[in-house]
Every structure is written in structure tokens, then in C-alpha cells.
Ligand binder design. Structure first.
Ligand SMILES: [Zn+2]
Ligand SMILES: [Zn+2]
Length: 256
């Protein structure tokens, strides 16, 4: 059984908790240490309860206060060599470098880091397994690569970026260079890409899909829900999205 919840998702900060057996992982710490402590307390946890921290890439909404958190709580950080190189503060308590497509075991958790097209040094997103079920995190990708389709196929749970609506992005207040970055092939996934990815994968095991990393400026929850619903063949009200303030509540891959 995999249990997971988000403490917040979006360009102002990301943090995900994944529990497999006795192993409890934090994926990204895009908040200050104090803010992470506050958000963990909301789910009755403290950073002391963590086994390790995984970092997807060096953008501040993901790496955030990972280094001070690691030092304060003696936590090992798992990240790619490129992310470590690009980190402004890489004085982690200890570090384990990971490679895309080189799965690793951390106590009870099996972790498969995989590459995504994103404008950072060496980004990896993650698939997690307990041996029976698979949870796939897929955010901060400019387009859907064949490898991402492969990784999402057969997942039991998929946390999928629905960053923006291209029309809202084009009409919005961002400067042209930032619009090009976000909407480009190494930026962030638009809603319709989430639909396309869902349409392209085997959904026979899929029981959890949550829209992630929604832009507060260039998206609306309704539009993201419509995109997920179109990919899942369900009603928009049956879909789920993570928010910047509260993420999403605990979910589990165990049968209902
Ligand atoms: Zn991000
Ligand atoms: Zn990013």
C-alpha cells in the first residue's frame, strides 16, 4: 500500500509525502523550513518522521529550503548530479546522487527516477512502488515525451501537471519571454497535454489522478478538471486537483 498527500502544489512551492511501509519520503521542499513544519503539522507529522528527501530539480518552488531542512533534521537528500550542481545551497546533511532510469530502493520504497523535458539542469520526476502498486509523479514538463507515456502506463495513481490554459497564458499579464518559457517545449504542461497523455495510456489500473502544479494566473480549476475529465471519460466533478495552499489530503492505493 502506498499512502500519499500533497502539502502544496504550484509555482509558489511544492511538497509531497509518500509513505511505503515504514518509509516516509518527502518529495521536494519548495517552502521555508518553518512553513514546511507548519504544513507537515497539518497532517500530524514533523520532519523528524521523514526517512529522506527527494528533489526533482533546482527551481526554487521545488528545492526551496531542502538544504537547511536536511541540516536541521539530519536528512539524506536524493537528487541528480545536475540538480546538486545547480543548487544554490548544496550543503546537505548527506547526499545520494541518483540517475534517471536507474531505480533504487530506499528501505521499503522502490523508486524509479525518470527524465522529463524541463528547463533545469538534470530534472527527474519519480515513480514509486511497494511491489504491488505504482504511484507516478509527473510535473514540470514542457511536453509529453514517449518516455513519460511509458512511465504513466499501468500506474495505479498519477499526479499529473495541469499547469495552464494556453489561451489564458497568451492573454495574461506575464512578459512575452516568460510566456514563451512556460508555453515552450521545456516549460510546463498545458491542460490539453494532460488530456492527451491520459488518452494515450493504459488506464486499467488507474484509481487516482490528481491535477498538479496549476498556475494561479494562467489556469482555472474548472478548466483543469475539464481536461482531466476528457482524458478519463468521467465528469469534471469526479476529478481532483491539488491546490497551492493545501495540496491534497491523504490518499491510499489500498482497495476501498
Ligand atoms: Zn515547478
Ligand atoms: Zn521547474
Amino acid at each position: 500500500m502506498i499512502r500519499f498527500c500533497s502539502l502544496g502544489s504550484g509555482s509558489a512551492g511544492n511538497a509531497l509525502i509518500v509513505e511505503i511501509g515504514a518509509t516516509r519520503l518527502l518529495v521536494d521542499c519548495g517552502f521555508s523550513v518553518q512553513e514546511l513544519e507548519r504544513r507537515m503539522a497539518r497532517v500530524n507529522l514533523s520532519p523528524r518522521d521523514l526517512t529522506a528527501v527527494l528533489v526533482t530539480h533546482e527551481h526554487a518552488d521545488h528545492i526551496g529550503a531542502t538544504a537547511p531542512l536536511s541540516r536541521r533534521y539530519g536528512l539524506t537528500v536524493f537528487t541528480s548530479p545536475g540538480t546538486r550542481l545547480a543548487a544554490r545551497d548544496d550543503r546537505f546533511s548527506s547526499i545520494q546522487e541518483i540517475q534517471a532510469d536507474a531505480p533504487l530502493e530506499v528501505d521499503d520504497a522502490w523508486i524509479h527516477p525518470f527524465t522529463v523535458p524541463h528547463d533545469s539542469r538534470e530534472p527527474t520526476q519519480f515513480a514509486f512502488s511497494d511491489g504491488d502498486h505504482r504511484l507516478v509523479l509527473m510535473t514540470d514538463a514542457g511536453h509529453v515525451s514517449p518516455h513519460m507515456v511509458e512511465m504513466a502506463t499501468g500506474a495505479d495513481a498519477l499526479l499529473l501537471e495541469c499547469n495552464h490554459d494556453p489561451g489564458l497564458l497568451a492573454a495574461g499579464r506575464y512578459p512575452p519571454s516568460l510566456k514563451r518559457r512556460i508555453g515552450g517545449g521545456y516549460g510546463h504542461l498545458p491542460n490539453h497535454a494532460a488530456t492527451e497523455l491520459l488518452n494515450g495510456i493504459d488506464q486499467s489500473r488507474l484509481r487516482h489522478v490528481v491535477g498538479m502544479h496549476l498556475s494561479t494566473d494562467n489556469n482555472h480549476a474548472d478548466l483543469a478538471r475539464q481536461a482531466l475529465a476528457a482524458g478519463l471519460g468521467c465528469a469534471p466533478c469526479e476529478t481532483a486537483i491539488a491546490t497551492q495552499d493545501t495540496g491534497f489530503d491523504w490518499r491510499t492505493t489500498a482497495p476501498c
